[in-house]
Structures are given as structure tokens and as C-alpha cells.
Write a protein that binds this ligand. Structure first.
Ligand code: MAN
Length: 222
């Protein structure tokens, strides 16, 4: 093309040059030709890639959502799904220099009463059974003795020079949801005693593992 141009008079050559340049700009604008700043990719291809990336991100978010609903469904919430209704309900209490919070089937946290950041004491992993042997105080706010249902919260914030924080919340029958007591049994291993009406309804239903759920021996005492 340029070799032909060389034979053209200068004015015609300029006109041909300009026409070619404006055609090139139109092709780039309409996405047919790649602009030099687009790494050899036309605008149409770049737009399509952006849309694909957006759709992929959306799909990934939806898959994550679906997985968390599946995980939730596969967790054992006890007979009649009593515990499913409690999921996410939070109760808290002050003990020494901290406020402790337990959100049923979600997480436990420790917050300094003087303010500042909160410390994760574990996220809910499973139900467990623990055998306890305590005297019940006069106000009835104690786990008593026998086998009790417990909520395990694990993989919390790592303790300096120690394990990831974890909490065992032992449940006993009570009229209201309440944290009765919190002790740090070992460094960063916490034990909570929790009263909840949900524990009163555990009357020998079957867990998904096929084992008998715990019969709360304190039920008749109340
Ligand atoms: C914080 C709290 C305590 C814990 C120490 C460990 O002060 O989480 O409960 O024992 O860290 O360093």
C-alpha cells in the first residue's frame, strides 16, 4: 500500500493517510480492531472478558452460599430441630476483666471491659456430650451432675505461645438463655456453663449419629 502511495502526489498521499487513520480509529472504537494500549485485544474481547469474570465471581459466591446452607443442614441440631431455631442467638456475661459472648451454634468471643478489640474464642464445630459432676447452687444456676449436651467452638484466635482458642459450652435446662459461669480451664481453653430452655426438651431423641441424645436429668427437678 505504502509503496503505491510513494507514487501519489503529496496532497493525495496525506488524504490517504488521514483516511486510513480515521478508519483505524473507527474500527478500534467499534471493538473490531485492537488498540495498541489493549495488549493486542479488541474492546469487544476486553468487555466480554470483564463480563465473564463478573459472572464467574457471581457463580463462586452463589456456590459458597449453597455450601454454607448445605453445611448448616448437615449439622445435627438435635431432635425436633430445637437448636436450629436458636442458631445465631447471642447471650453474654461479664467475668473479671472481660465480657464473654456466646452465639448459639456460631461463635464465642471475649471482649475487654475496658474496650479494644475482641478475641475470637472459637467458631461452632459440633455438638458434644460431657459428663459433669457439680453441686447445683441454691439459685439453680449450675450444670449439676450427669451427661450433658455441649457445644464445641474451635479454631479461635491463636493464643500467644499456645493453641487456637476453643470453648466448650455445657448446656443445662433453665427458664431463660443465660451464661452462668465461664472458666479458663487451661490457657486459652474455655469452659462455659449455659442455661437454656432448649436443653430441657432433650428427651431421648436420636442424633444423626444414631445415638441417644442426652436425657437431661435436671428436667424433673425444675
Ligand atoms: C488474653 C485472654 C486470656 C488468655 C491470654 C493468653 O489475655 O484471651 O484469656 O489467657 O490472652 O495470652
Amino acid at each position: 500500500m505504502y509503496s503505491i502511495e510513494a507514487y501519489l502526489p503529496p496532497s493525495v498521499r496525506t488524504w490517504v493517510d488521514e483516511s486510513l487513520r480515521s478508519l483505524r480509529v473507527k474500527l478500534i472504537d467499534s471493538g473490531i480492531l485492537a488498540s495498541p494500549s489493549q495488549n493486542g485485544e479488541s474492546k469487544a474481547v476486553t468487555d466480554a472478558k470483564t463480563r465473564l469474570k463478573g459472572a464467574e465471581d457471581q457463580l463462586r459466591d452463589m456456590r459458597n452460599d449453597q455450601q454454607s446452607h448445605r453445611d448448616d443442614l448437615s449439622k445435627d441440631y438435635g431432635s425436633d430441630d430445637i437448636f436450629r431455631a436458636l442458631k445465631g442467638r447471642c447471650i453474654s456475661t461479664d467475668s473479671a476483666e472481660y465480657t464473654y459472648e456466646m452465639c448459639f451454634m456460631e461463635r464465642t468471643v471475649q471482649k475487654s471491659r475496658k474496650g479494644g478489640a475482641q478475641t475470637g474464642m472459637g467458631t461452632f464445630t459440633r455438638f458434644d456430650k460431657v459428663v459433669v459432676d457439680d453441686d447445683v447452687p441454691a439459685d439453680g444456676k449450675g450444670v449439676g451432675s450427669g451427661e450433658r449436651l455441649a457445644l464445641k467452638f474451635e479454631n479461635g484466635q491463636t493464643c500467644w505461645n499456645g493453641p487456637a482458642r476453643s470453648t466448650t459450652a455445657i448446656l443445662a435446662c433453665a427458664e431463660v438463655d443465660e451464661i452462668w459461669k465461664i472458666v479458663e480451664e487451661e490457657k486459652c481453653v474455655y469452659r462455659m456453663e449455659v442455661g437454656t430452655p432448649a436443653a430441657c426438651d432433650i428427651t431421648g431423641g436420636r442424633s444423626s449419629a444414631g445415638e441417644d441424645m442426652i436425657v437431661n436429668e435436671r428436667k424433673d427437678e425444675l
